[in-house]
Design a protein around this ligand. Structure first.
Ligand code: 5AD
Ligand code: SF4
Length: 568
């Protein structure tokens, strides 16, 4: 639908039936060609006959300004907030824009377009972005008053906050020119082109099938030895506190073949670690592929609000294929939901030396009553049974979690149950949050945000303290053991080498020559090094590098499980 609102030239897509999607990165000239027989702004205005709103169902993109080519020569500056998924989405956006001839800059003063990839998960995340927008407004105004005023600054808001606030974002922050939700990045070149004529452009249409499968993300940091790959988008779980299903839409998986192709491409270009991303990666389903296998049922004590998915390739199949591309490439994945860890997934992780043995089991709360209000689909007992099962199938596995304190109605006793769960489970990594009420969510409609802020703060503090104490103990126990460390780079301040162990914990050591197959040599990014741990903090370890190695070499003598049991 096209709205011409109060003469304000507002472009806005709101119709869920609008199906036009350019499946490839069509060039602007192709787009322009496609629409040149369509109606122009003049026709719309004439047709509207003074009426403030004109509604139509354009068969394809209806209108492009003549000076569309100008915008694509502009330099884009990216600001990324939030999760790893946002980083990967920015790489998808950059791929789309680069294809259209846009340039990228890391210097604010050189930028013509600021694209802010936003997060809406908690109020604090949005507050940070509003502050950034204050700064960008000032920058835009200064450019408008400078001798470079012929190159006005444009500001685009992308991602979850864009989807949550839609055109309200522009009403609140007049300096914003473009608002684009997570499923409308293919439309960005056009939306930006519209701003050349002083228009404001909003596309917040959510899709049922957009996975950007054919867009090869262009990495923002080309030198990094690790990369992210989105394997699915959206979430169907509808946890009552969470805004994600509203900002990222329905769950959909990207075909296995396109994921494997991307992994292969990254491996060929020297990447040593890929993290498979999604809101709920372990409920992955590629329904474009047939399989003879029977469907696994959810484990006892777990349920979902949506109908059990049937057929197609599942997460275990994907892990199998992805980890087979290059046995020397580390595979990680996040985020996961405890309901989708059948034995076949656990077994696959256990068997493959290159799948990292850190499992994200976000509990969110240790109280069954709170979990029920959160609509997590499991009880404390079912969660504990799962944690035990995971440790049985993958001995020595590391566990990580997300926890929320101060959710609606959380009593002192219920909070104590969260602490006791943390005591029982021994998490290696934990992300701990005070609850932040989000509009639109079920909790917003159904419950009261009745835990006072100071109580939330105090509970958060207690969770952090407990986590740090426990984590320190776990890390102290690693002193003397040899860890397989993938080297990432050098810490600028200290000159020390920084790498990560199997659990993604930072390991620091001094640069020195160590034995390799071809004699003594120093350490560089992408190397696997056997490091003896000599000191531990809560979030990092220090060690002494012993030798160059590889995943296969390191686990040749002792498998992962044996090493964990023997603590070597
Ligand atoms: N308040 C606090 N934390 C939240 N999370 C999601 N929604 C909220 C909220 N409204 C946390 C959950 C989730 C993680 C990504 O963010 O723990 O797993
Ligand atoms: Fe949000 Fe729950 Fe989906 Fe995670 S699983 S994104 S917490 S709704």
């Amino acid at each position: 639908m096209l709205f011409l609102q109060n003469g304000k030239r507002f472009l806005r897509y709101v119709s869920a039936s609008y199906k036009c999607r350019c499946k490839s990165n069509a060039t602007l000239s192709t787009l322009k060609n496609k629409i040149q027989h369509g109606p122009g702004l003049k026709e719309f205005i004439e047709e509207s006959n003074g009426i403030s709103e004109v509604i139509t169902h354009p068969p394809h993109i209806p209108y492009l300004p003549d000076n569309i080519q100008n915008i694509s020569k502009r330099k884009v500056y990216f600001d990324v907030y939030g999760c790893q998924m946002n980083l990967n989405d920015t790489e998808i956006v950059w791929s789309i824009l680069k294809n259209e001839g846009f340039e990228k800059t890391e210097i604010e003063e050189d930028a013509d377009i600021f694209l802010v990839m936003t997060c809406a998960i908690r109020e604090g995340a949005e507050t940070k972005i509003w502050h950034r927008l204050d700064h960008l407004r000032g920058f835009k105004n200064r450019r408008a008053a400078s001798k470079n005023r012929n190159k006005p600054v444009k500001i685009g808001i992308l991602g979850c906050m864009a989807e949550r606030l839609k055109e309200k974002l522009i009403e609140k922050e007049k300096s914003v020119d473009v608002v684009a939700g997570p499923d409308s990045y293919r439309d960005l070149p056009r939306l930006l082109a519209l701003t050349e004529n002083g228009q404001t452009a909003v596309n917040v249409l959510l899709s049922l099938d957009e996975t950007y499968a054919d867009v090869v993300p262009v990495r923002l940091n080309q030198d990094s030895i690790s990369a992210f790959i989105s394997i699915m988008r959206g979430c169907d779980n509808m946890c009552t506190y969470c805004i994600v299903p509203f900002t990222r839409g329905r769950e959909r998986s990207r075909p296995v073949s396109s994921i494997v192709d991307e992994v292969r491409h990254l491996s060929d270009s020297g990447v040593k670690e890929v993290t498979l991303l999604g809101q709920n990666v372990n409920s992955y389903r590629d329904i474009t592929e047939k399989t003879e296998k029977n469907d696994t049922q959810l484990a006892e004590g777990f349920k979902t609000v949506y109908k059990h998915k049937k057929g197609g390739l599942r997460f275990a199949d994907l892990l199998d294929k992805v980890s087979s591309v290059n046995p020397e490439m580390r595979i990680r994945f996040t985020a996961a939901h405890p309901k989708d860890f059948p034995d076949e997934v656990l077994q696959m992780i256990s068997e493959r030396p290159n799948i990292c043995k850190l499992l994200h089991l976000p509990a969110q709360s240790g109280s069954s009553a709170v979990l029920e209000r959160m609509r997590r689909g499991y009880t404390r007992e079912a969660y504990l049974r799962l944690a035990e099962r995971v440790r049985d199938v993958i001995p020595g596995v590391g566990l990580s979690t997300d926890m929320i304190c101060g959710f609606c109605g959380e009593t002192d006793e219920e909070f104590e149950e969260t602490l006791s769960l943390m005591e029982l489970v021994d998490y290696n990594v934990a992300f701990l949050f005070p609850y932040s009420m989000r509009e639109k969510t079920t909790a917003y409609r159904r419950y009261k945000d009745d835990v006072p802020e100071p109580v939330k703060k105090e509970r958060h503090h207690r969770m952090l303290e407990l986590y740090r104490r426990k984590c320190q103990k776990l890390n102290d126990a690693e002193i003397g053991n040899i860890h397989l460390v993938l080297v990432e780079g050098v810490v600028p301040k200290t000159g020390q080498i920084l790498g990560r162990n199997e659990f993604y914990i930072k390991v620091l050591f001094d640069q020195t020559e160590i034995p390799s197959e071809s004699g003594m040599r120093g350490v560089k990014p992408g190397d696997y090094v056997g490091v003896r741990i000599v000191a531990a903090k809560c979030s990092s370890l220090s060690g002494v590098p012993l030798y160059h190695t590889s995943i296969r070499e390191f686990y040749k003598e002792y498998s992962w499980g044996e090493r964990a049991a023997l603590r070597v």
